[in-house]
Design a protein around this ligand. Sequence first.
Ligand SMILES: [Zn+2]
Length: 459
Amino acid sequence: MNSGTVSSRTVNTAPINFVVRGATLPDGTSTDLFVSDGQFVDSAVAGATIIDAAGLTALPGLVDLHTHLREPGYEQSETVLTGSRAAAAGGFTAVHAMANTSPVADTAGVVEQVESLGDQHGYVTVRPIGAVTIGLGGERLSEIGAMAQSRARVRVFSDDGKCVSDALLMRRALEYVKTFGGVIAQHAQEPRLTEGAQMNEGALSGELGLAGWPAVAEESIIARDVLLAEHVGARLHVCHLSTAGSVDVIRWAKARGIQVTAEVTPHHLLLTEELARTYDSRYKVNPPLRRDEDVRVLREALADGTIDIVATDHAPHPIESKECAWDEASFGMVGLESALRVVQLAVVDTGLLNWTDVARVLSSKPAEIGRLAGYDQAFTIGSAANFTLYDATVNRVFGVGDLRGKGINSPYLGRELPGRVVATIHNGYPTVLDGDLVEAGQVEESAVRVHESTRSSRG
Ligand SMILES: [Zn+2]
């Protein structure tokens, strides 16, 4: 099925031995990191390539629980390869690929295909998410058990893009995933309350003449689902929280001991509905951008742990489905390349999170929710060398050149953002060096280039 798509792994995966000199770990300590044969080791291997990381923050490889890779079926928007490259450029070493492809990822065959494509390309680990219902149709459960038992060992199931609005189906899905420790990731959007909705419902939607998307459409589904999760005793994950009221419901559920986790996107931590005044469809997203007050509450909830993780909801679209009137444009933004920089701007530079918190919300916790092994003991000897080197001291305007996937529907184009992903290492192999994606056969040369450019820039 996959033969001919890719003839060989896209990144050079010959074993590389590294010494990363003087990196600053998330807790602020400075250290040397030794990497050999894909793992952290306790001392330098003879002949190892030296990377001068003075002044750079070493973060564990970022893990996205919510990426739309679009393949199979929508390759004009993104492919596993181009989305993997966008992810690596943003400091990610693993992504969970949403199921709303064509065919939908509702069978073992499709999820195995998506995982294999990720393995072949080698930029990031691609973990497929299985659909909850057949064809995302919301009527019959998909082959959840077959996907869980497949070679792809799927643990996250979601109809994202659509809400599992039928309460009985949601209950059955929760009962099913409970048997093997899986989780249902719900796109919480009551469909009848959001028919034709274009932006957050409030005074501004009235002023702009755009159909409103009430907060209660999200909050009512979350309230129902946490009660179902409690009743069943299963794990529930809530995608892209966007309202202060949703935070209240999650906080209440956690206090009751319900097994619920929640994510927020970088854009909901930074941007508000005021951007709809531009009628620029780059700001049209599902769920919609909300009020200043919602952004403030979401930031605080991430800081106090009510919201567990940041997930990108990377949603690439072809230019023609965005360069049109607001009403006709597709919902969604790309986010992999900008996520870490936006998180720094929204919650690190504002003093709400430190880098240890960032490592938790963008790496260890999303890996835990997705049951992705190897991310619970970052930087320890014998663990897989998945990490990124990040320069948090620079500010640069985000431009089209920063986008490495197919989608250019970023809300940050032209906006100054802090930070720069200098290097990304996936299972000990460099996928990004000196801020550039590594291409096959370029590893050694690029490794030297990082060393020299870092040294020269520091005099
Ligand atoms: Zn969604």
